[in-house]
Design a binder for this molecule. Structure first.
Ligand code: NDP
Length: 432
């Protein structure tokens, strides 16, 4: 904390990993001797830059841009860009640190980074978003490249923003290379990338339940968020026979007791991704309950999927989930559960999948987009979904292997230790 004052989110992420990894390091002193964990908590570099752009009214606007290149021991830096007013160095360091373990778990050769800006794309015109993205990329282009650092999307950065940035990168560098993932299909994007994080979280939940001879079929599921992750997690749950009853946005949540079926979800995908509408419009159309300013964790359920943002399940919400009969939680978002809340869930023996395992499907598919770009081929949706399902099963297998809690699978320990070993061994191999 002395080294990184005030970086609360970063401290939280490191604390969670250290709790799992330190006992493992004490049993394996080779890692301690080389100070591997300390070295993993320090980014290779944090780049902070000025982004100046002009709004539609002709005003000059100023934002701050970031790229935190965390660790490239097992592959080029890889991780998303987030555009949201809350973005600061602490949040990007927490995300970059988590990315190190997540990318390691995917089995693909990817290092870790995260970046973004405190720019808020909400309420901006397309012209304004173009001008911001071009200015942002003008500086970022110095630090990225297909063998150096390959950014992707995250909150506030979807296909539209990636396209604007890729266009500018191509123009500046005078080359066409896969320096960003999440691109549109016409210029090197991959099928299934949009769906991958959400599908992956559902696959991971299915793997946890199958490990106990159970499945998603027939289960009542509560989800938060209605962005990229939540919508496609809902789609896969429905396909696997589960019943999705809630979704949310930053204004509140909807509770559809009948279940959100494929047709209703198609309406929601159109509403949220193309019309940029609010979730409350669903409640008006389908006459279901809408709870402004609340989260869905008090609703009785079997399975919970937090898919919106960090720290959305606190201790109180965790107690509510336990007393309402929930049996498993899979984090679609990054760090949506506080450390105290994780303890409550684990104490009650709920299955708990941390984001670095459960939401790794997105970056895994980005890795597959990089491969397709390198060989200049496009794989079919079926082939990619099969690969994604295999990767999620493999991540589950690694978590079970390194969990150390007897019959109860502690997925937090399993994911942290499995993710750590691969990166740590690479760092050892390089010497100092
Ligand atoms: P989106 O921007 O597409 O959607 C985010 C959703 O969460 C929106 O519904 C948003 O509501 C809601 N939300 C955001 N902030 C809050 C808040 N403070 N309180 C309540 N609701 C909120 O993002 P993604 O779906 O892409 O990402 C969601 C999470 O998943 C993030 O933690 C991200 O880091 C993580 N993630 C995403 C990956 C991806 O591939 N996209 C990969 C791995 C992790 P509103 O519309 O009102 O803003």
């Amino acid at each position: 904390e002395k080294r990184n004052p005030g970086e609360v989110e970063f401290h939280q992420a490191v604390y969670e990993v250290a709790e799992s990894v330190i006992p493992f390091i004490l049993d394996n002193p080779v890692y301690q001797k080389a100070a591997i964990l300390q070295r993993m908590t320090e980014p290779d570099r944090s780049i902070i830059f000025k982004v100046v752009w002009e709004d539609d009214a002709g005003n000059i606007r100023l934002n701050r841009g970031y790229r935190v290149q965390f660790n490239n021991s097992i592959g080029p830096y890889k991780g998303g860009l987030r555009f949201h007013p809350s973005v600061n160095l602490s949040i990007l360091k927490f995300l970059g640190f988590e990315q190190t373990f997540k990318n390691s778990l995917t089995t693909l050769p990817m290092g870790a980074a995260k970046g973004g800006s405190d720019f808020n794309p909400k309420g901006k015109s397309d012209r304004e978003v173009i001008r911001f993205c071009q200015s942002f990329m003008t500086e970022l282009s110095h630090y990225i490249g297909p063998n150096t650092d390959i950014p992707a999307g995250d909150v506030g950065v979807g296909a539209r923003e990636i396209s604007f940035m890729f266009g500018q990168y191509k123009r500046l560098r005078h080359e066409f290379t896969g320096a960003l993932t999440g691109k549109a299909l016409e210029f090197g994007g991959s099928l299934i990338r949009t769906e991958a994080t959400g599908y992956g979280a559902a696959f991971f939940m299915e793997a946890m339940l199958q490990h106990r001879d159970d499945s998603i079929r027939g289960k009542k599921c509560v989800l938060s968020g209605s962005g990229n992750v939540a919508l496609y997690c809902a789609e896969k749950i429905i396909q696997l026979g589960g019943k999705v009853v809630t979704l949310s946005d930053s204004s509140g949540f909807i509770y559809d007791e009948q279940g959100i079926d494929a047709d209703k979800l198609a309406y929601l995908i159109e509403l949220k991704t193309h019309q940029r509408g609010r979730i409350s419009e669903y409640a008006e159309k389908y006459r279901c309950d809408y709870f402004p300013t609340q989260s869905p964790w008090n609703i009785r359920c079997d399975l919970a999927f937090p898919c919106a943002t960090q720290n959305e399940i606190d201790k109180k919400s965790a107690h509510a989930l336990v007393s309402n009969g929930c049996i498993a939680v899979a984090e679609g978002a990054n760090m949506p559960t506080t450390i105290e809340a994780i303890k409550v869930l684990q104490h009650a023996k709920l299955l708990f999948a941390p984001g670095k395992a459960a939401n790794a499907g997105g970056v895994a598919l980005s890795g597959l987009e990089m491969t397709q770009n390198s060989v200049r081929l496009s794989w079919s949706a079926t082939e990619l979904e099969d690969r994604l399902a295999t990767i999620m099963k493999d991540i589950h297998r690694q978590c079970v292997k390194y969990s150390d809690d007897g019959d109860y699978v502690n997925y937090v320990n399993g994911a942290n230790i499995a993710g750590f070993i691969k990166v740590a061994n690479a760092m050892l191999a390089y010497g100092v």
